[in-house]
Design a binder for this molecule. Structure first.
Ligand SMILES: NC(=O)c1ccc[n+]([C@@H]2O[C@H](COP(=O)([O-])OP(=O)(O)OC[C@H]3O[C@@H](n4cnc5c(N)ncnc54)[C@H](OP(=O)(O)O)[C@@H]3O)[C@@H](O)[C@H]2O)c1
Length: 375
């Protein structure tokens, strides 16, 4: 079974049936475990993993969703694992890159499962769910020990009900399961996302989807859902958006938290592009952690679901070692302050481009909201 419970003050209360442990007690017990192992590799040069470290990832803290379901606090991101979608910004560059051997998604997910990751963050768009499914099957990890999330892509959202239903069947078949723990609307496609959300609610009633969430929703997209008659029982349980110290949209995050919506963080590692940041380096030196681990710790300490991606097993292991130290309030505030106003503007540009991406309106501003909460 998925392990212990993380409940921070800012998250919705777990149901009475769900026990809770504070992050502080989890940190203390993790430190105790690490200290007892004299062979623990240093964080910054971690190419191996002790059995205790693997078990602590299997038993990672969880965050309660509104219905009492336990959501693992850390998962393995599968975007650009074994396959790069044609409309990804890095697709052209990747096509010409030959110096690094490409590993298949099956190999990478096998490594992630062997390392102890039990939450797999997947999507139609990532084009690799069949390979992910092969790794799941070969691993022998019981289905009930996994937490699988998938997302329906813009092209399918635009096509509507039948296409969404057919896509979920394909996802289930590819992943080798008869339900997903969480199914997300990948982007709030203008004029289409509300109906798509209602279709997915229907799939939940049929038992193929345990919980329904959204991704890349601005406050205003969420309000559009609510004004379309979505009841409080049917509100999204998560919103998956980019969150890291370089894009910390505090007002947006606080709004969703106040609605009981758990925030899943993507690009928690800022796509690997901020590892030379002096603040991350100096905190890493203080705690004997890598810049990636400082980013991961910031994320879980805020109570966001953390979904690091790497195709390298040593980094998968490294990225998960974030529960055995704690940043001070002052250090958290210093990291919080790394977001610039330019970063908000860059985000807004991406939002406007992506809501219609891969639909018949690709490249146009038709229906795109131009007045959203960007911070
Ligand atoms: N909902 C959405 O629209 C959306 C958008 C983007 C992502 N996501 C989800 O979130 C997941 C994570 O986001 P992401 O993959 O975009 O970015 P990310 O996890 O922030 O960063 C991944 C990049 O960081 C590198 N990296 C990983 N660990 C590292 C370490 N310890 N040190 C240095 N570099 C490291 C990786 O390279 P290597 O692989 O070579 O190690 C890769 O280039 C995705 O896989 C996907 O599941 C969702």
């Amino acid at each position: 079974m998925l392990g212990t419970i993380l409940c921070t003050a800012s998250l919705p209360k777990p149901s009475a049936a769900v026990s809770s442990r504070t992050i502080a007690s989890f940190v203390a017990s993790s430190i105790g475990r690490s200290a007892s192992s004299s062979t623990t590799p240093t964080a910054r040069n971690m190419s191996t993993q002790t059995p205790e470290q693997k078990q602590s990832l299997i038993d990672c803290p969880t965050i309660p969703l509104r219905d009492g379901t336990s959501h693992p606090a850390i998962g393995f991101g599968t975007y650009k694992v074994g396959f790069i979608p044609a409309s990804a910004s890095s697709a052209v560059a990747a096509a010409g890159a030959t110096d690094e051997p490409q590993r298949t998604a099956e190999d990478c997910v096998t490594d992630a499962l062997n390392s102890g990751y039990r939450f797999l963050e997947c999507a139609e768009f990532y084009g690799n769910e069949q390979e992910v499914g092969k790794a799941i099957k070969a691993s022998g990890v019981p289905r009930e020990d996994l937490f699988i999330c998938s997302k329906v892509w813009t092209t399918t959202i635009e096509k509507g009900d039948d296409a969404i239903r057919a896509q979920l069947e394909k996802t289930l078949s590819d992943l080798g399961t008869d339900y997903v723990d969480l199914y997300l609307i990948h982007w709030p496609v203008p004029g289409k996302h509300v109906d798509a959300y209602k279709t997915v609610l229907g799939l939940k009633k049929e038992g193929k989807v345990k919980n329904v969430g959204v991704s890349n929703y601005a406050v205003e997209d969420y309000k559009e859902l609510l004004s379309a008659g979505i009841t409080s029982e049917d509100k999204p349980v998560v919103n998956q958006i980019e969150i890291n110290p370089f894009l910390y949209r505090k007002n947006t995050i606080e709004y969703f938290k106040s609605e009981g919506v758990v925030m899943q963080s993507y690009r928690s590692l800022r796509d690997g592009k901020a590892m030379d940041n002096p603040t991350l380096i100096s905190l890493g030196e203080k705690y004997n952690k890598s810049p990636a681990q400082i980013l991961g710790r910031w994320c879980v300490q805020h109570g966001f679901v953390y979904v690091p991606k790497s195709v390298k097993i040593e980094r998968m292991v490294e990225n998960a070692q974030v529960f055995d130290f704690e940043l001070s309030e002052e250090e958290m505030a210093t990291l919080d302050a790394l977001t610039t106003s330019d970063a908000f503007e860059t985000f807004f540009g991406l939002y406007k481009k992506c809501v219609n991406r891969d639909t018949s309106k690709d490249g146009s501003m038709e229906g795109v909201k131009t007045d959203i909460t960007i911070d």
